[in-house]
Write a protein that binds this ligand. Structure first.
Ligand SMILES: [Zn+2]
Length: 305
């Protein structure tokens, strides 16, 4: 049976402001605490109803009390760095190591268990970053996102924001990521998007074979439903359907997301009830037609030696 996994990056709204070039002053206290107070409990309920396991990628600096509840409910808590700085892949090794150590400590304290997996901010790896993750003894990394339309769109949006005088803090990955395998592989430590003999495994985020259309949370919540079902059929042929979501995929403006941000990030305007109903349908399919696992368990399922 094929393997699938559901993971959620717990990025707070501050990070969306930074990507979109919207001032963080639009966020009040409620907006700042939405992920921990609203999104996480909403996801736990969704996973519980669907009977599926999942992985949260937590940001060390934002590790909140909901992480322990999540872990006690059976959710794996992995590391999404400490500062979630989009430039992390350009940092020198010692700065990367400090950040990873701080994330490890904060997440272990908040959740009650040490993380064994990592996802880079903005999905962008460098050799120094992958090496530092491997040095921590983690079992897997899940940052590779070999999606052609995503890369092209990000390049376009970043260019447009620059023209508008609202430079984005996002970092454009090397086009080499487009050649990365779309199935689990053992990466090379000096070339994270190529195969090699690193001690950890790389679990790429799901993209459709051939077209490399990204099958992620916003795709499932935003695209016409027949397109979602068709693309689901394509990605369910992958040995690992690594379905990636964000905390905001279960939030909307009525939860307190400011209009200024929702205008730039259109998925925030879709009602959360609609998004939840689509996700619960998808989780049902994944459970029925694959072994749905945490990423930690999925990593140990693939023998890549
Ligand atoms: Zn993130």
């Amino acid at each position: 049976m094929k393997v699938s996994a559901i993971s959620v990056d717990l990025d707070s709204l501050q990070h969306y402001c930074r990507i979109q070039g919207v001032p963080e002053s639009v966020l009040d206290d409620r907006a700042r605490s939405l992920v921990d107070a609203v999104a996480v409990p909403r996801y736990l309920e969704l996973f519980d109803k669907a009977g599926v396991p999942a992985t949260f990628f937590a940001i060390g600096a934002e590790a909140g009390p909901s992480l322990r509840r999540a872990r006690e409910a059976g959710v794996e808590i992995a590391s999404h760095s400490f500062a979630h700085d989009y430039a992390m892949s350009r940092w020198p090794a010692d700065r990367i190591e400090q950040d990873l150590d701080a994330a490890h400590t904060a997440i272990t304290e908040a959740s009650g268990a040490p993380p064994v997996g990592f996802r880079a901010p903005g999905y962008t790896l460098s050799a120094a970053l992958l090496r530092a993750v491997a040095r921590k003894g983690y079992a897997y990394d899940s940052s590779a996102y070999p999606a052609a339309p995503y890369w092209a769109a990000k390049a376009g949006v970043m260019g447009a924001l620059k023209v508008l005088g609202r430079p984005s803090r996002a970092i454009l990955d090397s086009p080499r990521v487009l050649l990365a395998p779309i199935f689990p592989y053992r990466p090379a430590l000096d070339q994270p998007y190529g195969k090699g003999d690193a001690p950890l495994k790389e679990l790429p985020i799901a993209v459709a074979p051939v077209t490399r259309v990204p099958f992620i949370g916003t795709f499932v919540t935003m695209m016409p439903w027949p397109v979602v079902t068709m693309t689901y059929r394509a990605v369910s042929a992958l040995p690992l359907l690594n379905f990636e979501l964000h905390a905001v995929d279960v939030l909307d403006v009525s939860d307190g997301i400011p209009e200024e941000l929702a205008r730039q990030q259109r998925d925030l305007k879709v009602p959360a009830t609609e998004k939840l109903s689509r996700l619960s349908k998808l989780f049902g399919w994944m459970k029925e037609s694959s072994d749905c696992l945490t990423l930690r368990d999925a990593a140990s399922r693939f023998d890549l030696n």
